[in-house]
Design a binder for this molecule. Structure first.
Ligand code: WT7
Length: 625
C-alpha cells in the first residue's frame, strides 16, 4: 500500500518519471526540443549538454539533480530544507525533508489554472464506442466534492481509505480526494475476492471503503458491492461504505452504506496517453493517475479487456481516441498475436508514436509483432523495467541518444538518477560486462518505497539485508558487452502470471486449507501467453479417498475465490511426497526443473533426503502431460 498523503516523495518521482517517459515516448524532434528546453532549465545545469551527460550527472551529483528537478517540476507549499537523508545500509530513505506539497494540487489545480479545458481523462468504457472525456476543471471539481464528502463523514488526515473500484474516473477522483485531504489510499484491485479484500482492509485498518454497485468488464457484470458486503463480515473496523453507481441496477444498502451521486461530463480534444493498466496495480497509480495528471496530460482509463468484444479492441480504441503512446503488458501482446494481424490492420494506428511494455520480460516474438504489426515498424518499442517498490520506471531504452539502437527484449539503459549494479553470489559487485547477477541499486532516488506499512523491519530485511548498502530488487539481470541490461526474472519464489506477481506461498496457503490436503508446493512454469503459469504439487492426507479430478476442481475454485482467478493452478499433480532437504525444506529448485522437463538441470541433489521422491515426481509429471 502506498501512502499518498502530503509530501510523500513517491509521487514526486512518479510525476517526474512520467514526464521523462512522455518525452522519450515521442519519436519526433519535438520530444528533443521538450527535453532540451526542460532539462537544463530544470536542473540549473546549463553547462551540461545531451541526455547521456545529464544522466551521468544525475548519478554522480544526484542531490543537486533531484533538488533542481523537484523545485522546477513541482509546486511546494513549504520548500524543503534538506534534499535527502538516505542510508541504504540501514534502509533509511528520506527525501525533501521539511518540504510540503499536495499531490492532488500538483495533479490538478496548477493545470486548471492554465488550461482548465484540457482533457485529463478519457474513460474507455467497457461498452465499445461509449468513451467519456473529463477536463482538468471537471476532475478538480469532482475531486473537491469527494474530498468534502469524505471530510464531512469524518475522514481525516492520516486515515486510510480503501478503494475497491474498477478503473474509472470516480476511482481516480477518489484517489486524488484522499491525497487532497491528507488521507492515505489503499487501492484494491477489483478482481480480488472478498477474503483478499478483507485482509487488505484489516491490514490498512480502514474505517472507510469506496466502491461501486457493480463492475462491468468484458461484457460481464461483477458484483463489487456484494463482495464488499461479504468482506464486511470480517472487517469490524469499517464504519462506512460509499457506493457509486456504475450500472443502473440497484443494490441492497445497509445502515453502513452511503450512496454517492454521479457527475457532469463533457467532451474535448487533447493529447492522449494510453496506459491500459488497471489502477489497482502500481502501473495504474504511476502511469494512469499521478504521472500523467501531474504533468497535465490526457490519460485514458481502460475499463475493458483486450479481447472484448473482439481482439481488435485496443487498436479500435487507438483509432477512436487518437492515442499517441500505448503502454501495455507482454501477456496481452502474446494473447493478441495469436488472433492474427487482421485485428490490428483493420484500424488506423497512425497517431501512435511509441509503444511501451511493462510487467515481465517481453519475448522476442511478441516484441517483433508489437513493433512490426502494431507499430507498422515505425514506432519504437520501449521495454520498461521497474517494480512496485521503485515507484516508476528505472531501466528503459531511453532516447538519451534518439538515434541509438533499441535491442528487442532488453530494458537496456538506466534512467535518470538510477545506478544499477549486479552482484555475485558472494555479495561482491560485478564490474565487468557480459555478466549476470542479482540486480541491486547503489543509490537512492526519490520515488523508491520508504517502508512497508506497519512492518518497517520487513522492509529492511527484504530489500536492504541481502546486499548491505544496496537496494535489492529480487530480480536477476544480464549486462551485455555494450553495458545494456536485460532482466532475467525473479530470483525468489514469486511467480508472475500475466504481469501479476504472486508469491507461491500465498497459493499454497489456500490449497493447504483444503481438509484433504497434507501439503503442497507451487512453482511457476513457462507459459506461452501468461508468461508464467501455476503448477501445484499436492500431497493428500493419509487415508483420503477422493477422485483426483473432483479435488482438482475444488482446489481451483478455492484459489479463485480466495485470491483471484489468475492464481488458480493450470496443473495439479498429486504426489505421495515432495522432495525435501534433510532439514525439511521443499526443494523447489528441483520441482521447477521437473515441470520445465529439464531433467539434465536437476543439479546438486546431495542434500536431498530421499532420492526416490524425485523419481516419483518425474513419473507423475510425465503422466499428467
Ligand atoms: C516485477 C515487478 C512494473 C510495474 C508492474 C509490475 C517484473 C517488470 C519488467 C520488464 C522484465 C519485468 C520484474 C519486477 N518486470 N517489468 N520490463 N522486463 N521483467 O510491478 O508487480 O511490482 O512486479 O515485474 O520481475 O521485479 P510488480
Amino acid at each position: 500500500m502506498w501512502l499518498p498523503c502530503g509530501c510523500t516523495s513517491k509521487y514526486v518521482a512518479s510525476s517526474f518519471a512520467r514526464r521523462t517517459l512522455a518525452s522519450y515516448l515521442h519519436v519526433s524532434g519535438r520530444s528533443r526540443c521538450n527535453v532540451a528546453a526542460f532539462m537544463p532549465e530544470a536542473a540549473g545545469l546549463e553547462g551540461v549538454s545531451g541526455r547521456a551527460a545529464l544522466r551521468e550527472l544525475s548519478v554522480s551529483n544526484s542531490e543537486s539533480f533531484w533538488a533542481a528537478v523537484a523545485r522546477h517540476r513541482l509546486c511546494w507549499s513549504t520548500p524543503f530544507h534538506t534534499v535527502q537523508d538516505c542510508d541504504l545500509s540501514r534502509g533509511k530513505i528520506k527525501w525533501f525533508e521539511g518540504g510540503k506539497l499536495n499531490v492532488s494540487v500538483n495533479c490538478l489545480d496548477r493545470h486548471v489554472h492554465t488550461c482548465p479545458e484540457r482533457v485529463a481523462l478519457i474513460w474507455e468504457r467497457d461498452e465499445r464506442g461509449s468513451e467519456m472525456k473529463y477536463t482538468y476543471g471537471e476532475l478538480l471539481e469532482m475531486t473537491c466534492r469527494l474530498g468534502n464528502l469524505l471530510r464531512r463523514h469524518g475522514v481525516k488526515r492520516g486515515d486510510c481509505v480503501t478503494i475497491y473500484m474498477p478503473t474509472c474516473p470516480l476511482a481516480v477522483a477518489s484517489m486524488l480526494a484522499c491525497a487532497r485531504i491528507g488521507a492515505a489510499h489503499n487501492v484494491v484491485f477489483a478482481g480480488f475476492s472478498a477474503d483478499a479484500l478483507a485482509e487488505r482492509i484489516r491490514d490498512a485498518q480502514s474505517s472507510t471503503v469506496i466502491t461501486v454497485n457493480q463492475g462491468v468488464r468484458g461484457g460481464k457484470v461483477t458484483e463489487l458491492k456484494k463482495t464488499v458486503d461479504t468482506a464486511m463480515q470480517s472487517c469490524p473496523t469499517v464504519k462506512q461504505v460509499f457506493v457509486a453507481m456504475r450500472t443502473d441496477n440497484p443494490v441492497t444498502m445497509t445502515a453502513r452504506d452511503i450512496a454517492m451521486e454521479e457527475y457532469v461530463f463533457s467532451y474535448h480534444d487533447g493529447d492522449v496517453f494510453g496506459c491500459v493498466a488497471d489502477i489497482g496495480w502500481i502501473t495504474g497509480h504511476s502511469y494512469v493517475v499521478y504521472g500523467p495528471l501531474a504533468n497535465g496530460a490526457t490519460t485514458v482509463l481502460f475499463e475493458s479487456t483486450p479481447i472484448y468484444p473482439d481482439p481488435g479492441r485496443y487498436w479500435d480504441m487507438v483509432e477512436r481516441l487518437k492515442i499517441n503512446q500505448f503502454y501495455g503488458a507482454p501477456t496481452a501482446i502474446r494473447l493478441l498475436l495469436k488472433y492474427g494481424d487482421q485485428w490490428v490492420n483493420k484500424y488506423d494506428r497512425s497517431t501512435l508514436k511509441t509503444l511501451g511494455s511493462v510487467g515481465e520480460p517481453i519475448n522476442t516474438e511478441a516484441w517483433e509483432w508489437y513493433h512490426r504489426v502494431v507499430g507498422d515498424g515505425r514506432c519504437p518499442v520501449v521495454d520498461t523495467w521497474w517494480q512496485t517498490e521503485t515507484g516508476g520506471i528505472c531501466i528503459a531504452p531511453r532516447p538519451s541518444d534518439p538515434d541509438a539502437e533499441i535491442v528487442p527484449g532488453m530494458a537496456m539503459r538506466p534512467f535518470f538518477g538510477i545506478n544499477p549494479v549486479l552482484m555475485d553470489t558472494e555479495g561482491e559487485v560485478l564490474t565487468s560486462n557480459n555478466t549476470s547477477g542479482a540486480l541491486c541499486m547503489a543509490q537512492p532516488w526519490p520515488g523508491m518505497a520508504r517502508t512497508i506499512h506497519n512492518n518497517h523491519q520487513r522492509f529492511i530485511d527484504t530489500y536492504f539485508q541481502p546486499y548491505p548498502g544496496y537496494f535489492f530488487t529480487g530480480d536477476g539481470a544480464y549486462r551485455s558487452e555494450e553495458g545494456y541490461y536485460q532482466i532475467t526474472g525473479r530470483l525468489d519464489d514469486v511467480i508472475n502470471v500475466s504481469g501479476h506477481r504472486i508469491g507461491t506461498a500465498e497459493i499454497e496457503d489456500v490449497v493447504n486449507q483444503c481438509p484433504a490436503v497434507a501439503e503442497s508446493a507451487v512453482v511457476g512454469y513457462t507459459h506461452s501467453i501468461k508468461g508464467q503459469g501455476v503448477y501445484a504439487f499436492v500431497v493428500l492426507k493419509k487415508g483420503i479417498d477422493v477422485q483426483e479430478a473432483d479435488l482438482s476442481r475444488q482446489l481451483n475454485g478455492m484459489v479463485s475465490e480466495k485470491i483471484a482467478k489468475y492464481a488458480s493452478p493450470d496443473f495439479i499433480q498429486f504426489a505421495k511426497r515432495l522432495p525435501k532437504t534433510r532439514s525439511g525444506k521443499i526443494m523447489r529448485r528441483v520441482l521447477r526443473k521437473v515441470v520445465e522437463s529439464d531433467l539434465e538441470g536437476l543439479g546438486d541433489l546431495s542434500t536431498l533426503d530421499d532420492p526416490a521422491a524425485v523419481q516419483e515426481i518425474i513419473q507423475g509429471h510425465e503422466k499428467l502431460l
